[in-house]
Design a protein around this ligand. Structure first.
Ligand SMILES: [Zn+2]
Length: 187
């Protein structure tokens, strides 16, 4: 369900903080539209660090694998990236749906090395918000419907104290891909 305990603004602030600490840069440089790799100089390992910080902050589990990895897992090898390392037309279609507004940079045949460049501060914040919105109606431990906010970022059961159990990032991508395939029959 859509959670309303943590405002969007707070999510964005925490994402900026995690990025500043993860890459070790001045937070003032970070804008919502900044590409982590292109504008902020992030390297692959920094993403792991940033994800870890966000997991600790919100009690969520960020995706370990990309949408591309999940497409190949569900729809077969070379369904997303062809033998020459280029994005397939079908995968481009899926990514355009997923990254709606920023999708105009996505085109079939683009090199897979270009894909991480498209990760922006906003896209990470949206990813975190989507995970927080998997908040179940009831606590899985005591069934109470009594969510409380602790330390401004942790949603916890007000009855038994158990932290909220969110869907993991990888499960959420997989569910979304299956749903999209059912609706659009891309693969
Ligand atoms: Zn509970």
């Amino acid at each position: 369900m859509k959670q309303n305990l943590i405002p969007e603004q707070r999510v964005m602030e925490e994402v900026k903080k995690a990025i500043a600490e993860g890459i070790d840069i001045d937070p003032a440089r970070i804008k919502p539209e900044s590409s982590l790799m292109k504008d902020l100089g992030a390297e692959s390992l920094d993403f792991l660090d940033i994800n870890y910080r966000l997991e600790q902050t919100f009690g969520i589990k960020m995706a370990r694998r990309s949408v591309i990895d999940h497409i190949e897992e569900l729809f077969g090898e070379e369904s997303a990236i062809d033998s020459e390392g280029k994005l397939t037309g079908k995968a481009a279609e899926v990514l355009a749906i997923r990254y709606d507004g920023s999708g105009d940079q996505i085109r079939p045949g683009m090199d897979m090395d270009e894909l991480p460049v498209m990760v922006t501060v906003t896209s990470i914040a949206e990813g975190v918000a989507n995970l927080l919105d998997t908040l179940p109606g009831n606590c899985v431990n005591c069934r109470a419907q009594n969510w409380k906010l602790e330390e401004e970022t942790r949603i916890t059961c007000g009855s038994c104290g158990e932290p909220a159990a969110f869907t993991s990032g990888d499960d959420l991508i997989e569910d979304w891909l299956k749903q999209t395939q059912e609706n659009k029959k891309i693969f």
